[in-house]
Design a protein around this ligand. Structure first.
Ligand SMILES: N[C@@H](CCC(=O)N[C@@H](CS)C(=O)NCC(=O)O)C(=O)O
Length: 129
């Protein structure tokens, strides 16, 4: 009975849901910057979006880093939104999350896979601010 209720509350993806809730409860406080520095970061990251799955541990790791670093970029649901799903597969090249879409000033997109590479990219981009 208890198992049935737990299953209903957490859904089918028990591990993913558990991780997502545990992450939410233990989220660190975002770094605080001077408003001018935060504005600079927001401008620098305006051309980025993160294709993600809500319960994916690698996506949670990236989202946690973004939260902690106060990096506010669009987070797109590539599991349930058909348009985001097909963009990720057709333009990114594979159906894997997380993936960071980097739109260059000339309008071309770079699709960066691998959570560690995404975190390194964001860390470098925002270093010193
Ligand atoms: N090494 C990758 C692993 C990413 C990965 O395996 N993501 C899973 C979701 S947790 C995925 O996209 N699987 C493809 C699928 O579900 O079809 C990373 O660190 O980003």
């Amino acid at each position: 009975m208890a198992k049935k209720i737990l299953r209903r509350v957490l859904g089918r993806n028990l591990f993913g849901n558990f991780l997502r809730i545990a992450n939410f409860i233990t989220l660190p406080k975002p770094i605080e910057r001077m408003q001018a520095d935060q504005d600079k970061i927001d401008i620098m990251t305006k051309n980025l979006s993160l294709y993600n799955f809500a319960n994916c541990p690698f996506c949670i790791k990236v989202r946690r880093f973004m939260h902690e670093s106060n990096i506010n970029i669009d987070i797109l649901d590539a599991a349930n939104d058909d348009a985001h799903k097909s963009d990720l597969m057709n333009y990114g090249g594979k159906y894997q999350a997380p993936c960071l879409r980097i739109t260059e000033p000339n309008g071309e997109d770079e699709w960066l896979y691998e959570s560690d590479d995404i975190i390194s990219y964001l860390r470098k981009l925002t270093a010193g601010n």
